[in-house]
Design a protein around this ligand. Structure first.
Ligand SMILES: O=C(O)[C@H](O)COP(=O)(O)O
Length: 238
């Protein structure tokens, strides 16, 4: 029996400001740092011995993984980072305030962009487009994506497309580890984890609308050898 723990990163600086984050590389806020440490303490109490860690190439998830493993006393385990675990690319919404967007485009439209399975957000015009927030310029892509084929770099993703780019990583790495009986921890993002949860729990395209994943609350799955889910548990701070 293998365990998979999925952790959405702690509150990011842009979560705190209610901005669409996506692939823009923001850091954890002070609240997010504390949340990640608390997640690590809860996992230490749960007594899970991890064999392998995975995270995205975005700072907020990497920080979360490191703080969590530090608090759990397991920084020594192998870690691998992949762009395939990144947040969904929010396209031209990145950097906009979510409440302002709801006022401008309508709450229903914004809900579809944020939670539907197959509605695409407005797309970036090109890979060269930048995001400007509070006088700072953020590139859409930088050298961390140098190895990714140009046609694989998204200009905006819905959950379906996010799931399609997460799946090769699930099949090749994560599910292989779990089948080998390894306990795996993944620190990633609201929507890359919603995509994984959809696959793992076989949630329908309609029902996935209702699945929310909170910052830094570890989700623990127990699997049998065929990767059927035996149990699911979510750790929450008091
Ligand atoms: O990218 C973001 O803005 C968030 O991390 C997730 O956004 P959501 O709550 O709109 O899915």
């Amino acid at each position: 029996m293998a365990k998979l723990v999925m952790i959405r990163h702690g509150q990011s600086e842009w979560n705190a400001k209610n901005l669409f984050n996506g692939w823009v590389d923001t850091k954890l806020s002070p609240v997010g740092i504390e949340q990640a440490k608390t997640a690590g303490k809860m996992l230490a109490e749960a007594g899970i011995d991890f064999d392998q860690a995975y995270t995205s190439v975005l700072t907020r998830a990497i920080e979360t993984l490191d703080l969590t493993l530090f608090e759990a006393g397991q920084m020594f385990i192998p870690e691998e980072k992949s762009w395939r675990l990144n947040e969904r690319n929010y396209g031209a919404l990145q950097g906009l305030n979510k409440a302002d967007a709801a006022e401008k485009f309508g709450a229903d439209q914004v809900l579809q962009w944020r939670r539907s399975y197959d509605v695409l957000p407005p797309l970036l015009e090109s890979a060269e487009e930048t995001v400007e927030v509070e006088g700072q310029t953020y590139a859409s892509y930088d050298r961390r994506y140098a190895e990714v084929a140009a046609e694989e770099l998204p200009l905006g993703e819905n959950l379906k497309v996010t799931l399609e780019r997460v799946m090769p990583f699930w099949n090749e790495k994560i599910s292989a580890d779990l089948k080998a009986g390894k306990n795996v921890v993944i620190a990633a993002h609201g929507n890359s984890l919603r995509a994984l949860a959809k696959h793992i729990e076989q949630i329908s395209d309609e029902d996935i609308l209702g699945l929310e994943i909170a910052n830094a609350q570890p989700i623990i799955y127990d699997f049998d050898g065929d990767l059927n889910v035996l149990s699911k548990d979510i750790l929450t701070a008091e």
